[in-house]
Structure formats: structure tokens, C-alpha cells
Design a protein around this ligand. Structure first.
Ligand code: CUA
Length: 348
């Protein structure tokens, strides 16, 4: 039964059932769908090849078995048979062409990012662009046209070509949203460009949330380097942009403890982290919307207790992260900081 259970889980994983869109086999956007179709084309061709080869093999085994043809049987020799040679040369070429033509066509289509470099007379770009910076072990998303910066949460409009410029701050990472596309390297020395399309129906079905991962081994906490994708329709996205742009300063702290936390933050944290929507932190993630997140450091459940644990000893949670050892705060400071950070939101 254990084995059966394993098969069941595998079958579920492969068929991509269930709510979250986590798999390449369950595409949730045009780019992913086209890549999926290409993959299936290759699979179908391989199945045909396997069936033909296995049938010929079985026929040969039965037809020429020793009991039937005898000990010293020598089959008809086909060396130099032009007809056969033409068949077994032309047939694979045909199969390769059937594979190659759509593969090359799609590769060039998906690599076409010319539109993202075009600007109008005001120097404004009409396309939806996100500059992605990968860091050990978190993601920064900068919206150059909207002048917004977020970290860990990538917010995108659905049914729109979203162009990405990928860059890494420290070592090589890879940007991947399994259900939507990617697995494009983020490098330190160059910028990789590509685009993705987030399907509105699939997004709705997924409660507007997809999950992204780092797909390149980048250090001890590589496996924890996830991000969240909030895919919303154009109207909701525009509202989000307005909300973010409206919050020019950090939302004021309300409770006494949060006010105290703000002071501690300004002494100990502001050197690395930004708390305004337009601010790029010097070294760490932008925390403007920290209170709206669902994960702390991408790995812990989002609550004040876990936040305190994280601030107190980040290395025990995400080994190798760059926050460790950067600050010295007392336990009461940590309590205040946690209260302050949990209030960081842009809804109001
Ligand atoms: Cu970043 Cu793996």
C-alpha cells in the first residue's frame, strides 16, 4: 500500500491536479502553453518511434526464433539496399524537421523583446516592464515605468505581455515561475530579457497567486529562495499601482510599540532596508508591504512570533543569508520592531 500511495502521489503531481499551479505540466499562460505543446509534440513523436521499434523488435524475435528457423539459419542480407537506406535516412530527417521547425520558430518568437526597448517621444515605455534582481536569497522587483519597488511579491497584470529584465546582485540565480514560464538565468555580468503572459482565467482559478522559485543552485539557502506572484486583472493592477504610488512615505506607526519599533528600525535597519514603495534598499528587501505578506523570509508562517525568531537569529532559519551579524538589538527592541513591521501595508 505504501508503494501504491507513492504512485498515487506521483500521478497526482504529474497530472497537476489540485489548486496551486506549481507544475510545467499545468500551464497558466500563453508562453507556458506553447512550451508545453512543443514538449507534447516531442513526446508523441517519441511514442510513435518507440512503438515502431518495439513492434519490429518483437516481430524479429518471434519470426527468427531458433525453434522455427533452425540452428544455422542466415537471414536475407540487406547490405547495400538503396531502398532501405533511403527509408531509414529520410524518416528520421522528417521526424527531426517536424521537431525542429516549431522549436526554432518558438525560440525566436519568445526571444523577441524588441518592444521593451522602444520609447515614445517623452521617453516613456508603453510595455509592462519589471526589472528583477536576484539576491542571496530573495528577489527584488522594480517597476521602472511606475517607479515602484517590491520584494518577494511580484505583482503583475493578467493577459498582458510582461517583459522582464533579469539581473543578479551576487551570484548566478535563475528566475522560474513553473506554471507560467521562465527558468531564465539571472547573471551578475549581463541582463537577460524575456516576457511572460499570465492567463486571467487560470489566475482566477489559482486565487490570483502563482509561485516562483530560484532554479539555480546559489548557496545553502537556495531551496528557500521562493517568491510569490500576484496576478490580477488590469483594473486591479492599476489600483495597486495607485495605492503604491500614493504611499510616498512609510505608513505612520500607530501603536506605542510600533512607534518605538520605528525608532529602532531607523537606527538599526534602514541602512539595508527601504520602507517606501519607491525606495531601493541598499542591501536588503524593500519592506513597504511587509505586513501584507504570507511568509516571513519566504519560509516561516507570517506572524509576530516568527518574525521575532527571524530577527533574533536569521541564520538558523535561512543559513548563509546576509542579514546575520549586521545589527545588534535587544529583546525589547525586537518586540518593538516586530510590531512596527507587521503594520507595514499600503492598503490604507
Ligand atoms: Cu538563488 Cu538558487
Amino acid at each position: 500500500t505504501k508503494l501504491f500511495g507513492l504512485f498515487f502521489v506521483l500521478a497526482m503531481a504529474l497530472s497537476g491536479c489540485g489548486k496551486p499551479y506549481l507544475s510545467v505540466l499545468r500551464p497558466a499562460g500563453e508562453v507556458a502553453q506553447e512550451q508545453f505543446n512543443l514538449m507534447m509534440l516531442a513526446v508523441y513523436i517519441m511514442i510513435v518511434v518507440i512503438i515502431v521499434v518495439v513492434i519490429i523488435f518483437i516481430l524479429a524475435v518471434f519470426k527468427f526464433r531458433r525453434g522455427k528457423v533452425g540452428e544455422n539459419f542466415m537471414p536475407k542480407q540487406v547490405s547495400g539496399n538503396h531502398k532501405l537506406e533511403i527509408i531509414w535516412t529520410a524518416f528520421p530527417i522528417l521526424l527531426l524537421l517536424i521537431l525542429a521547425i516549431p522549436t526554432v520558430t518558438l525560440t525566436f518568437k519568445l526571444a523577441d523583446t524588441k518592444a521593451m526597448d522602444k520609447v515614445d517621444e517623452k521617453g516613456k515605455n508603453k510595455e509592462m516592464i519589471v526589472n528583477v534582481t536576484a539576491n542571496q536569497y530573495w528577489w527584488e522587483f522594480e517597476y521602472p515605468n511606475q517607479q515602484i519597488v517590491t520584494s518577494q511579491d511580484l505583482v503583475v497584470p493578467t493577459d498582458t505581455k510582461v517583459y522582464f529584465r533579469l539581473h543578479a546582485a551576487d551570484v548566478k540565480h535563475s528566475f522560474w515561475i513553473p506554471a507560467v514560464g521562465g527558468k531564465m538565468d539571472t547573471n551578475v555580468d549581463n541582463i537577460n530579457k524575456f516576457y511572460l503572459i499570465f492567463d486571467s482565467k487560470k489566475a482566477k482559478d489559482a486565487d490570483n497567486v502563482f509561485y516562483g522559485k530560484c532554479a539555480e543552485l546559489c548557496g545553502p539557502s537556495h531551496a528557500l529562495m521562493d517568491f510569490k506572484v500576484k496576478a490580477m486583472d488590469k483594473a486591479d493592477f492599476d489600483t495597486w499601482v495607485k495605492d503604491m504610488q500614493g504611499v510616498k512615505k512609510a505608513v505612520a506607526a500607530t501603536s506605542d510599540s510600533a512607534k518605538e519599533g520605528e525608532k529602532v528600525f531607523k537606527q538599526s535597519c534602514i541602512g539595508c532596508h527601504a520602507v517606501t514603495p519607491t525606495g531601493k534598499g541598499a542591501k536588503g528587501p524593500n519592506l513597504t508591504t511587509f505586513g501584507e505578506r504570507t511568509r516571513i523570509a519566504g519560509v516561516l508562517e507570517h506572524n509576530e512570533e516568527n518574525l521575532k525568531k527571524w530577527i533574533k537569529d536569521p541564520d538558523s532559519i535561512k543559513p548563509g543569508n546576509k542579514m546575520t551579524g549586521q545589527y545588534k538589538v535587544s529583546d525589547s527592541d525586537i518586540d518593538a520592531l516586530a510590531a512596527y513591521l507587521m503594520e507595514r501595508k499600503v492598503e490604507n
